[in-house]
Design a protein around this ligand. Structure first.
Ligand code: F6R
Length: 614
């Protein structure tokens, strides 16, 4: 939530910061702002997106500068407007800050500062922080880096900040706790971003600032890093970026979401690469190989995640139970963290997250570790907080997911869960070599079967046209495809704003059936081996109440094809692998409905890609 960008060096800071904000807009887009210094401090802010900021900045401020910071916001404290937008300036007009996160004790600090004569224009916690830094700088008579360090030791909450002082515009001070911050190192220049995309065109050298660290970034001068808590100097790792610019561009698609849906065959090939070794009949997964005993002797696995990642966890529950015979519980990270979960010595907690920065998932992992669990992360973003918090883990290798609605993250997370369950199931002797090899063969064919499912795009677009004006929609699935029904409903809700509910098909008669009439379409996943006859009965029950049916069926199906109003055929595979295929038409259906309704598919209202607040 919220993206921050910064630059100090010899280039034009405005261009770098604005382009960086465009790339980080997925993190929040209700307001944006920029601060540049060139003999005077120029700040421009606006409610709305970065392109609106560009127009306003061109008209109102000088764009020549070698130092600048910028922000794209997902509002937490204070409504999105020009005043609450970042950057925020301190009372003496000298310090300017951008912040991603939440200062939890801001109200107390604000009152103390008001007592000392400070006044506040915005409703934000960030304005409190910048004034606290100013107060510490003035009363302690210390440099900015030290003032930031001392001020931060008084605050609770989460932050990634970049702040500079117009009286000393040759340095930007950055710090982080709980929110991500990447620093790009160029020749005599430094870049700052909530992720690495703002500086991908300029440098391959990156430092991921660690929790509780502060950095003083200078152009052509030595950069220094400290621990906030004890002042000790640190030398962070400089890593080499492997991400390519083409991976974060739309590549000819109208939206990132559509590109990412179509990338799934490749993404899954990347997930399987070097891991599924069909010729040798083995799975290599270093995170599991190195901890195989822990997994084979685990009494219980608890999977935690949020949103789509939680849905992937639900599929994981079915997979682990079937293939590795380990009891699994799946928990919303936000609930798990505030319960008093029972974790025994042989328990494993698997945290699933695309971004690797989800605040609730991170907090739940920390709790699980405190309680003695072995915590395994399944994550997409390399170097993210969740990967660092895990005892061990596996990357999904989905590549950057920029559309706010998660698509390829989901299918690659599930792919990793299959690999894990198969490896463990085989090591425990639960599944025979034959069954194992059959799975490997089928998993290996999934990318081309997804390709086939994608080829129904035009048909799905036509179906979207027929149901786009509905105000409610029901999604039903059973077994492995119950979580897919939940995920299908979530996709529709978040990008088209049509109310949708996912249910286990058999639960329909315990309540939701009351909603069915000719105005409410039902999407039913009716795969050939997934309790088929029972699902067919559910379809008939809906039809007798005049409900419209959109069915996802297996190629070769006869019955449902005849009774459904619309159907999409997916290729045949092992039933437990069908979520990887049934998900695809549901993603496309939501996409086309949202486009037809004129919604902003990549940046739906009120949402942000990376939920770094509770
Ligand atoms: C839905 C969606 C969200 C995320 C959730 C968790 O399309 O994107 O529900 O799945 O916010 O995010 P991660 O996976 O980054 O932890």
């Amino acid at each position: 939530m919220c993206g921050i960008v910064g630059y100090i060096g010899d280039k034009n800071a405005y261009e770098i910061v604005i382009n960086g904000l465009r790339r980080l807009e997925y993190r929040g887009y209700d307001s944006s702002g920029i601060a540049l210094y060139n003999s005077e401090l120029n700040v421009c802010k606006t409610k709305g997106k970065v392109e609106k900021l560009v127009k306003k900045a061109k008209k109102n401020i000088s764009l020549e500068a070698n130092i600048g910071i910028g922000h794209t916001r997902w509002a937490t404290h204070g409504e999105p407007n020009n005043v609450n937008a970042h950057p925020l300036i301190s009372n003496n007009g000298s310090l300017v800050i951008v912040h991603n996160g939440i200062i939890e004790n801001y109200a107390t600090i604000k009152n103390e500062l008001i007592d000392k004569g400070y006044n506040f224009k915005s409703e934000t916690d960030t304005e409190v922080l910048v004034n606290l830094i100013e107060y510490v700088q003035e009363t302690e008579n210390v440099k900015l880096g030290k003032a930031v360090q001392l001020a931060l030791s008084q605050v609770f909450g989460a932050y990634a900040i970049a702040v500079f002082d117009k009286k000393k515009p040759d340095e930007i001070v950055v710090a982080r706790l709980g929110s991500p911050l990447a620093i790009g190192i160029g020749e005599g220049e430094m870049f700052i971003g909530s992720d690495v995309t703002p500086f991908l065109d300029f440098t391959r050298k990156v430092i991921y600032l660690d929790e509780g660290q502060v950095g003083v970034l200078r152009n052509h001068k030595e950069t220094k890093f400290y621990e906030i808590s004890n002042d000790s100097i640190i030398s962070p790792n400089i890593e080499t970026l492997e991400l390519e610019l083409s991976e974060i561009e739309k590549g000819g698609f109208d939206h990132f979401m559509l590109k990412e849906i179509h990338e799934q065959p490749k993404a899954i090939i990347d997930t399987l690469r070097g891991r599924l070794k069909l010729n040798k009949g083995i799975i290599k997964l270093s995170g599991i190989d190195n901890n195989l005993n822990k997994f084979t002797s685990a009494n219980k696995i608890t999977i935690i995640g949020c949103g789509t990642s939680w849905h992937a966890g639900l599929v994981g529950e079915y997979i682990f139970e079937k293939i590795s015979r380990i009891p699994v519980e799946v928990e919303y990270a936000s609930e798990f963290r505030y319960r008093d979960p029972i974790i025994n010595p042989n328990d494993i907690v698997i945290a699933i997250s695309q971004s690797g920065e989800t605040a609730d998932t991170l907090a739940a992992m920390k709790l699980a570790k405190e309680k003695g669990a072995f915590v395994f992360g399944i994550c997409n973003v390399v170097g993210s907080s969740i990967t660092r918090e895990s005892n061990s883990g596996t990357y999904t290798h989905a590549g950057p997911e920029i559309g706010v609605a998660s698509t390829k993250a989901f299918t690659t997370q599930i792919t990793v869960l299959y690999l894990m369950a198969l490896k463990i199931g085989k090591a425990k002797g639960i599944i025979s070599n034959n069954v194992f090899n059959k799975y490997l063969t089928e998993l290996n064919l999934i990318p081309e079967k997804i390709e086939k499912s994608l080829s129904f795009n035009n048909k799905i677009e036509e179906i979207a046209d027929q149901i786009k004006d509905s105000t409610n929609c029901l999604y039903l699935g059973r077994g492995f495809n119950f979580p897919v029904a939940l995920e299908g409903a979530l996709k529709l809700k978040e990008i088209s704003y049509i109310h949708a509910e996912g249910y286990p098909a058999a639960e329909m008669k315990h309540g939701p059936i009351a909603l069915i009439d000719e105005n409410m379409p039902t999407v039913v996943i009716a795969t050939a081996k997934g309790h088929y006859e029972k699902v067919v009965s559910n379809i008939r029950e809906i039809q007798s109440r005049k409900g419209k049916i959109i069915a996802i069926i297996t190629k070769g199906d006869k019955d449902v094809k005849e009774i459904a109003d619309y159907y999409i055929e997916i290729p045949e595979t092992i039933e437990s692998l069908t979520p990887l295929l049934t998900t695809i038409p549901l993603q496309l259906l939501s996409y086309h409905i949202a486009v037809k309704l004129g919604k902003n598919v990549d940046q739906p209202r009120n949402l942000a890609k990376s939920v770094t607040v509770e």
